[in-house]
Design a binder for this molecule. Structure first.
Ligand code: FES
Length: 179
């Protein structure tokens, strides 16, 4: 179960949200579009609980409905995300080609510790952010690129046939670019 973070939207954020609501209301998928735009604008790419409350009030939508949308779609985050995201596919094709080892080595590399038995129970889902907010490591069920297994997405760029060495190289490159 996700838990939302608390962070009250300031005046500029409220003005942005109001503007997004005005421009989206009446269009198909309005709520999804509003949530996506608001999350995208947040420097840590997430939706704090108080932002969800504000959107609920301004759109006359029950908070419970907004919350269920946010928890249903994997693209929404209720916790601050790192500056860089490494997303490892845990689908069958990638699993049989070693994605679990890739996940473990990334976790070790970034000081996030090894996966324990309790984490594997919830559909093998991982979502971890380093304490300095530089990296978020997450897993996905399938990228739809199984022929390139194992597949890892680094900052929204798909990398195929990844091994521990190439993944480490990717991480180093991202680290260099972000300092
Ligand atoms: S199982 Fe990994 S891309 Fe499909």
């Amino acid at each position: 179960m996700h838990t939302a973070s608390l962070e009250r939207p300031n005046a500029a954020e409220r003005a942005f949200i109001d503007q997004v609501i005005i421009s989206r209301t009446g269009h198909p998928g309005a709520l999804l579009g509003i949530l996506e735009s608001v999350q995208e604008r947040h420097p840590n790419k997430y939706l704090p609980l108080e932002t969800l409350e504000y959107i609920a009030a301004q759109t006359n939508t029950p908070l419970s409905r907004i919350y269920s949308v946010v928890t249903f779609y994997a693209l929404f985050n209720l916790q601050p995300q790192g500056d860089n995201t490494i997303c490892i596919c845990r689908g069958t094709a990638c699993h049989t080609r070693g994605s679990r080892n890739l996940l473990q080595s990334v976790r070790l590399e970034l000081g996030l510790g090894l996966e324990d038995a309790s984490e594997t129970s919830e559909a093998d889902k991982t979502l971890l952010t380093t304490p300095d907010h530089k990296f978020t490591v997450r897993t996905v069920a399938c990228f739809g690129q199984c022929a390139m297994a194992p597949v890892v997405e680094v900052n929204h760029r798909i990398c195929g046939h990844v091994n521990e060495r190439t993944l480490q190289r990717e991480i180093r490159t991202v680290e260099r670019e972000s300092y």
